[in-house]
Design a protein around this ligand. Sequence first.
Ligand code: 5GP
Length: 202
Amino acid sequence: MSTSQSPAGPPAPGGGEPARLTVLAGPTAVGKGTVSADLRRRYPQVWISVSATTRPQRPGEVDGVHYHFVTEDVFDGYVERGELLEWARVHGRHRYGTPRRPVEEVLASGRPALLEIDLAGARQVRAAMPAARFVFLAPPSWEELVRRLVGRGTETEEERERRLATARVELAAEPEFDVTIYNDDVRRATDELVGWMGLPAS
Ligand code: 5GP
C-alpha cells in the first residue's frame, strides 16, 4: 500500500495515467459522506455517482440527488437485471447499489468520476473494474474513530462493542487499497483526493 504524501500531484501507483474512476471507501463514521459533499461543492467537474438505496429518505435529502430512494421490489429488479455495478447490504439493514449505466456513460465521456461506497461494494468494483483507483479514507487515529462512533454515549455497552468490533474489521481492509487519505481535516482530505484524481486543487 502507498500512503499519499503529495496532494498536488496525481501520481498513479506504479505510474501511468490518472485514474478516471476513483472509489472512496473506509470505515463507518470516518466521514466519507462529508468529504464527498465537500468535493461536490468545490469540484463540480467531478461526477459523483448517485446510489440507489432501500433506506428511507432523511429530512433534507433529495431523491435523485443524494440517493435514488427505491422500494425493495425495485431494488430486486435492478439486481435481477444486472443493472448495478455493485451492491451491498450495509450494517445488515438497507441495501445500497451503484447504477451501472451512468458510470459507464461518464467514463466513456472522459469526465472524472467518484463512487463513495462501503468496503463490500469497493471489493466488487475492484473485481469488475480493476483499473479504477481505490482510496481508503482513514480516521486520524483509532481514538478519534472511537470518539466519532460512540461519542454521543447514547448506545448500550453491547451496541458500542459491536460498532468497535466492526470498525476494527473495517480498518484492517486498508492494505487492499491503492492510497490512504487521513481525514484529519475535511478540506485537506478533499484536496488530497482530487490530487489523486489528477485534478488541480481549487
Ligand atoms: P448512509 O445511509 O449514511 O447515507 O450511508 C451508509 C453507508 O452506505 C455509507 O458507508 C456509504 O458509503 C454506503 N453506501 C452508499 N451508497 C452505496 C452504494 O451505492 N454501494 C455501497 N456498497 N455502499 C454504499
